[in-house]
Design a protein around this ligand. Structure first.
Ligand code: GLC
Ligand code: MG
Length: 239
């Protein structure tokens, strides 16, 4: 049987219900010969590694961090080659900051959440028009950037084409796992891109409307929340 790769978000998806995570970890332990797991988070490799050390999260093969703009093997942290594909002059974190800092409603997230390939702001209750204006400002500055908006609060500016979905696809390819054998799991807006690559997926019951509104036969909407919802979805997909 070919190996299944689970690519799961962490906060609000696997984390959030400790008892459910214990049950998930127990299931994973008996399935580990045929299943590998990777985490895809908005947080960094170091931050997710700390969560693994402090919780029942099973050891992953790799961590996709910073909303898809960082990809390292676990536990050693060796970077997975050729990622992200972003080079100046089309992408420049300094250019993004220079362009967006003057916008009054944007509040830069703390420095620990910024990186060379991810510039993040808080922007509460953004409207579609507001996001369009930001896109327009970046384009006018000659920057090839994508916006990812989550939880009616977090605005991530990423190099064009880099997101959790393209990162999951790159990881699967580098591990020689066919797309049919990839299952993605999430709960919020920054997970949506993972559902756009033909993978099977699981949306946990506590997911935000921004993700639940995704209608796809390949996205199973679980009745249970957090890790229990992930496990329910994996069973639905006969993993
Ligand atoms: C995580 C990151 C934050 C980002 C958010 C949404 O919370 O720390 O920087 O904005 O995910 O992607
Ligand atoms: Mg989440």
């Amino acid at each position: 049987m070919s190996r299944t790769l689970i690519v799961s978000d962490v906060d609000g998806t696997l984390l959030g219900d400790d008892a459910a995570l214990v049950a998930f970890a127990g299931w994973f332990n008996q399935a580990r010969d045929r299943v590998a797991i990777a985490y895809a988070s908005g947080r960094s490799f170091d931050s997710v590694s700390a969560s693994i050390a402090n919780s029942q999260l099973p050891d992953p093969v790799a961590i996709i961090g910073n909303v898809g703009t960082q990809m390292q093997r676990y536990p050693g942290g060796e970077p997975i080659p050729d990622w992200p594909r972003a080079e100046p002059p089309t992408w420049s974190s300094g250019g993004v900051l220079e362009t967006l800092l003057p916008l009054p409603r944007l509040e830069k997230q703390p420095e620990e959440f910024q990186s060379a390939f991810k510039v993040s702001f808080f922007l509460h209750d953004a409207t579609a028009e507001e996001l369009d204006e930001i896109r327009g400002a970046l384009a006018a500055a000659g920057l090839f950037a994508d916006l990812v908006y989550s939880s009616k609060r977090d605005l991530d500016i990423l190099p064009r084409g880099a997101n959790k979905g393209s990162a999951a696809a790159h990881l699967a390819q580098s591990l020689n796992v066919a797309p049919d054998n990839v299952i993605v799991c999430g709960d919020s807006g920054n997970d949506a891109a993972m559902f756009a690559h033909g993978f099977r997926g699981v949306i946990v019951a506590n997911a935000l409307p921004e993700l639940k509104s995704l209608r796809s036969e390949r996205a199973y909407l679980a009745e249970q929340t957090h890790a229990a919802g992930v496990l329910e979805g994996l069973k639905y997909w006969s993993v």
